[in-house]
Write a protein that binds this ligand. Structure first.
Ligand code: 13P
Length: 255
């Protein structure tokens, strides 16, 4: 049985004050949750304060990006060691906003994944097709390229704890989520691909989140699918009420 993982990607939202207010509500309400990993990914400026606030709680800290070099003359960048220093455990890598707006390539994603694993942090590797790619029946080709190239050069051992997030670009921030069936089909494909490349055991243990317009209204149908192990939530993670509902609905019996 894979442990569920629900993460909130706050993107470029929330000051330190906003972040603390939100995470305080979450830690009170989620204090009894034991059967899932709950992760918040604030902007860099709030990581330290949020990390201090959630210390000892069952909420874990994640970052939204990093640079693969260890340190040096890389103005504006943050390293894995710096994230570890503020008690981050997870790092989102290759989000479609980074790929599309900041022109991150599969090769950049691969270097970042290796830097994260090298420091003992856990990558949340985002993959997903654009609307035109889905319409042109290229979904599986794109997912295959994203996965193969993000994970190139890794061993089966490196995959322990690594998370994949399937986030179809057309579903992000649009209010149009992938149906449970559409998401399940891609999740099963990813698991199969990982089995072919790394073996059955790492594939069976791999946690695959769905992301893209996840709300309290659609989480129950998504999470019931056999290969959907959690959610990476954007907009609905910015309000305590909706994120709490998503976490709680993800943990209902039968989910
Ligand atoms: P939304 O939940 O706002 O669609 O964002 C999804 C996402 O990009 C999470 O990383």
């Amino acid at each position: 049985m894979r442990r569920k993982i629900i993460a909130g990607n706050w993107k470029m939202n929330n000051t330190v004050t906003d972040s603390l207010e939100l995470v305080r509500k979450l830690s009170v309400e989620l204090k009894d949750v034991k059967d899932a990993d709950i992760v918040v990914c604030p902007p860099f400026t709030a990581l330290y304060s949020v990390g201090q606030e959630i210390e000892g709680s069952n909420i874990k800290l994640g970052a939204q990006n990093l640079f693969w070099e260890e340190k040096g003359a890389f103005t504006g960048e943050i390293s894995a060691a710096m994230l570890k220093d503020v008690h981050c455990e997870y790092v989102i890598i290759g989000h479609s906003e980074r790929r599309n707006i900041f022109k991150e390539t599969n090769s950049n994603v691969n270097k970042k994944v290796k830097a994260v694993i090298g420091r003992g942090l856990l990558p949340i590797v985002c993959v997903g097709e654009k609307e035109e790619e889905r319409k042109a029946n290229k979904t599986f080709d794109i997912i295959c390229a994203h996965i193969q190239r993000a994970l190139a050069g890794l061993s089966a051992d490196d995959l322990k704890g690594l998370i994949v997030a399937y986030e179809p670009v057309w579903a992000i921030g649009t209010g149009v989520n992938a149906t449970a069936q559409q998401a399940q089909e891609v999740h099963a494909f990813i698991r199969d691909l990982v089995a072919k490349n790394f073996g059955k055991e790492p594939a069976a243990g791999l946690r695959i989140q769905y992301g893209g317009s996840v709300t309290p209204q659609n989480i129950s149908s998504l999470i019931k699918e056999p290969d959907i192990d959690g959610a990476l939530v954007g907009g609905a993670s910015l309000k305590a009420d909706s994120f709490l509902q998503i976490v709680k609905l993800s943990l209902q019996p039968g989910s």
